[in-house]
Design a protein around this ligand. Structure first.
Ligand SMILES: Cc1ncc(C[n+]2csc(CCOP(=O)(O)OP(=O)(O)O)c2C)c(N)n1
Length: 393
């Protein structure tokens, strides 16, 4: 019998871990009430970044959190009223997305999944463009190259390969590690905890590690992949996996916008300067349903949701700003007013979106005309025209 070292005892099965507690490695700067925490071994490497933030930065982060939540609520309501086909809510994940999105520079490039409305917001994607996709009047919603924000990817984990390839392309374009802050760039790849179980995810990490690609892998661990809990997907938390691919992994409190911002900024700075990839696991929770097609009461308890509701990222940031004296009631009221205006704006825009022509879905498959698609288009239009003739009779 060969002497094989088996370390089963060092692995704590996820089922036995407390999903409401990220553990001592988790980087955190404010507690549930918004009280600024002391330095710890985990947060010390990022403390300077947080301390460099101004009160104005803090207010602006709070504003993003509130507006993004309102946009999300409006998306949910519009779907319920039949105006959208589907809506994947980000409720509870605002801090993870706003912290990550704000840490990016304009020259960086993001590859999202389908729930990254908060990152989209930070990149400058108009909320109406998100709604157009979920209303089904546009195949994509925006041009990826305009704001360096790729189209949403519904196939789980697929964007990881696109992101890694793009990051390797940046290396070859010579925009990594030149020392020119305005020029050096990095890529962010977003996925969920479920995405880490995909082959694409693992393949991309192999390539990113070996190539030392300028990539930040941002896993939003919202504890559930539709109805699958973490413990059915992995034995070690996602951040610990990075080591196996040869680069650092960090777990951050995904409901603490300051912590997410600081950790992501440090990882992006490293990537841009040629120091290679980092995997960030934002430990958070999906408070709502997976999408408007899902019923989470079938697989998770109300008690679990209640515990996470207490960890609300907006409540926490508001507590921080108030305790520090950085914001007052007039400020909070003005942000709420802005949120109301945003809601009216996106609702009106959504209801007034023009119907696309029927041939458009065929025209946007290939850049150049393709004989098979052209034939399908002609057949489809003839079929549709048949209804009009029958109606006229
Ligand atoms: C390749 C593939 N397999 C399965 C699905 C069906 N599916 C859609 S979302 C989802 C779960 C994704 O969970 P996670 O990565 O944790 O992201 P979250 O939705 O929680 O943000 C699954 C299995 C899919 N879209 N693509």
């Amino acid at each position: 019998m060969p002497d094989v070292a088996v370390h089963h005892e060092t692995v704590v099965p996820q089922a036995q871990q407390d999903i409401t507690d990220g553990g001592p490695d988790m980087v955190q700067f404010v507690d549930g009430e918004g009280t600024r925490l002391e330095r710890t071994p985990a947060n010390t490497p990022y403390a300077d970044i947080v301390e460099a933030l101004t009160p104005e930065d803090g207010r602006s982060m709070y504003r993003d959190l509130v507006l993004v939540r309102r946009l999300d609520a409006e998306g949910h309501a519009l779907q319920r009223q039949g105006e959208l086909g589907l809506w994947p809510s980000l409720l509870g994940q605002e801090a993870a997305q706003v912290g990550a999105g704000r840490a990016m520079r304009s020259q960086d490039f993001a590859f999202p999944g389908y729930r990254e409305h908060g990152v989209a917001w930070c990149r400058g994607i108009e909320p109406e463009q998100l709604l157009a996709l979920f209303r089904g009047v546009d195949n994509g919603g925006w041009s990826p190259s305009e704001l360096n924000y790729h189209l949403y990817t519904i196939v789980i984990g697929n964007q990881m390969l696109h992101a890694t390839g793009y990051a390797m392309g940046m290396q070859r374009d010579g925009v990594v590690g030149t020392g020119d802050e305005e020029r050096d760039a990095a890529v962010m790849a977003f996925t969920g905890d479920g995405g880490t179980a995909q082959g694409d995810f693992n393949e991309s990490l192999v390539f990113a590690g070996v190539a030392n690609a300028p990539l930040v892998i941002f896993v939003q661990n919202n504890q559930w992949a539709i109805s699958e809990p973490n413990y059915k997907q992995f034995r070690v938390p996602p951040y610990q996996r990075a080591q196996g691919f040869g680069f650092p992994g960090i777990r951050v409190d995904g409901n603490d916008v300051l912590a997410v911002y600081a950790v992501t900024k440090a990882a992006l700075d490293n990537a841009r300067s040629g120091q290679g990839p980092t995997l960030i696991e934002a430990f958070t929770y999906r408070l709502g349903a997976h999408t408007t097609s899902d019923d989470p009461t079938k697989y998770r308890s109300a008690a679990e949701v209640d515990i996470w509701r207490e960890k609300d990222p907006i409540k926490r940031m508001r507590g921080f700003l108030s305790q520090k004296g950085y914001a007052d009631d007039a400020f909070y009221a003005s942000v709420d007013r802005e949120a109301d205006e945003l809601a009216v704006r996106v609702r009106t825009a959504c209801q007034n979106m023009p119907e696309p022509s029927q041939e458009r879905m065929f025209d946007e498959i290939y850049v150049d005309p393709h004989p098979v698609v052209e034939r399908e288009k002609a057949q489809f239009l003839e079929y549709q025209a048949g209804f009009e003739t029958e109606g006229a009779r």
